[in-house]
Design a protein around this ligand. Structure first.
Ligand SMILES: Cc1cc2nc3c(=O)[nH]c(=O)nc-3n(C[C@H](O)[C@H](O)[C@H](O)COP(=O)(O)OP(=O)(O)OC[C@H]3O[C@@H](n4cnc5c(N)ncnc54)[C@H](O)[C@@H]3O)c2cc1C
Length: 481
């Protein structure tokens, strides 16, 4: 009987898992997850992602146990661990889902080289994207660098239907397994560490069941409001699927198939559902860009931005990270991020623009902070989005489009509910002043209990001056290009 090692990666699910299905068809399956802290270098899992990983592995382990198997957990080098496991189990194949982080191709090539030599079959399968990078191409066979034509071309391709959970004959081996808690992925498992994730279990349900519940709940009703509502951070009109997709607890094909079904049962919502699917398209687009340019997490896509005159003030970066800039919508977003591991997309754009343009801090600093704090921290979407906002990306917003944090707040949080929630010290301010407290008369501030400079900061930069500073900085590289 053949035995296949099924290496789980960021595909922590059992349904629509082509590698698992192929392994099950071949014979016995030994499921393994290896926590390899070295492979990604500086882009190893950030703090929030580690929290999610722990929860997601707990859920996957329980699902496999309930089917009679046992997920083997190991910490260390992926290749060395696989060598040891293959030798001890005499497995004759290793299957896994293909991944597209800049370090993944090298890892996959090493596994392939190591085991081909030992006559062990190595195969990788799709399952992370709707379309493999390189399959959505222009008429002349090149990659798209602009989203709209990319997505138009992608929509002409067929999306394969999800595959269902196979019947698996699991191998239960005597090989040793780690106790997940020993990896200390969660702050509560670490001595002297404040539990910054306290309460997250009430907000999120990591794992395959949680992913399905999030998708079902979203398609049940909120999707109807998606087209306009997706920009309102005080409302719950987006899917919150991003951490589930990042860890592969649900596949984009499953999302796609469920959305198409919903269009049939609620045809009046079709255009909102297509808008939602276009955002899944952005995820695809980010992956095809990083496949094209694997230095995207650290290097500007547009060369001219390499010479951008950043200011990089440490004090201003800290104020931004802590949600103490004096601009309520920015501070609310940064506090939502710290307290929940998530930030609404509209606010991500506002805070990213503020950091890179108002404060002239390099986008990589923001990218790193997001990497550590976001539950959905994803190498392609994060890098692509930061470069989009900063102006250096492939299909970036024009540089001169500098978000005005006051106007953005007034437009997308008109009642101030989002700011009131995350900046409670401003909760009593009337909505007229909620996005610009410094404009409120002294009496209004006093009756709302706001003491600018004491319990809420005065703005760390003046909007108009900072905007002009950003445009002047851009002139430097505009001339150089
Ligand atoms: C500066 C910045 C950094 C970001 N970093 C990340 C990141 O690390 N990981 C991440 O998943 N998203 C990132 N995004 C994109 C976006 O903010 C999140 O995907 C979205 O807010 C997740 O919420 P949701 O699941 O409710 O999204 P929905 O609106 O319900 O969208 C559905 C799915 O589409 C994908 N998606 C939506 N918008 C985008 C987008 N602009 N780019 C790529 N994919 C998108 C996500 O997988 C999301 O779950 C970033 C955006 C900005 C502006």
């Amino acid at each position: 009987m053949s035995t296949t090692i099924l290496l789980f990666r960021q595909d922590l699910r059992l349904h629509d898992h082509p590698a698992l299905t192929a392994a099950a068809q071949r014979g016995d399956v030994l499921p393994v997850f290896i926590y390899d802290e070295q492979v990604a270098g500086e882009w190893g899992f950030g703090g929030a992602s580690q929290w999610w990983l722990h929860e997601s592995l707990t859920s996957l382990s329980a699902s496999i146990e309930s089917l009679g198997g046992h997920l083997l957990l190991r910490r260390g080098s992926t290749v060395e661990t696989l060598i040891e496991l293959q030798a001890s189990t005499q497995a004759d194949a290793i299957y896994f889902s293909r991944q597209y982080q800049p370090w993944s191709a090298g890892l996959e090539a090493s596994i392939n080289a190591e085991f081909t030599e030992r006559n062990v079959e190595v195969k990788r399968y799709p399952g992370t994207l709707l379309h493999e990078p390189g399959s959505v191409l222009t008429g002349s066979g090149t990659s798209f660098k602009v989203f709209t034509p990319f997505w138009r071309a992608a929509n002409k391709l067929t999306v394969a239907m999800p595959v269902s959970l196979p019947d698996v004959s699991w191998v239960v081996t005597a090989a040793s397994t780690d106790a997940l808690v020993d990896w200390q992925l969660q702050p509560s498992a670490q001595d002297h560490m404040p539990d910054w994730a306290d309460g997250w279990s009430a907000l999120w349900k990591p794992g395959e069941d949680g992913a399905k519940e999030a998708l079902d709940a979203f398609l049940e009703a909120p999707v109807a409001h998606y087209s306009e509502g997706r920009d309102l951070p005080a409302k719950r009109y987006t899917s919150r699927l991003s951490p589930h997709l990042k860890f592969g607890e649900i596949s984009p094909r499953q999302v796609w198939a469920a959305a198409q079904q919903r269009k049939l049962s609620a045809p009046q919502w079709s255009s909102a559902i297509d808008k939602f699917l276009a955002e899944i398209g952005w995820r695809e687009f980010c992956y095809q860009l990083i496949d094209l340019f694997d230095e995207m997490p650290n290097t500007p896509f547009k060369d001219q931005f390499a010479a951008f005159p950043w200011d990089n003030s440490e004090a201003q970066l800290k104020a931004w990270q802590k949600g103490q800039t004096g601009y309520p919508i920015v501070d609310a977003g940064m506090r939502e991020l710290w307290q929940t591991g998530f930030m609404h997309n509209r606010v991500r754009m506002i805070v990213a623009s503020f950091l890179t343009k108002h404060l002239l801090v390099h986008w990589v600093e923001g990218e790193r902070w997001f990497w550590d704090c976001l539950l959905d921290a994803d190498i392609a979407s994060n890098a692509c989005s930061w470069q989009w906002v900063a102006g250096s990306g492939a299909d970036a917003a024009p540089y001169f489009r500098i978000f005005n944090p006051i106007a953005q707040g007034q437009k997308f949080d008109p009642e101030g509910d989002y700011v009131r929630r995350w900046c409670p010290e401003l909760a009593e301010l009337p909505k007229k002043f909620i996005h610009a407290p410094w404009e409120a008369p002294a009496l209004t501030l006093a009756s709302a209990g706001v003491e600018l400079g004491t319990n809420y900061p005065t703005p760390i930069v003046d909007h108009k001056t900072a905007r002009q500073g950003a445009l002047d900085a851009y002139e430097v590289i505009k001339k150089a290009s």
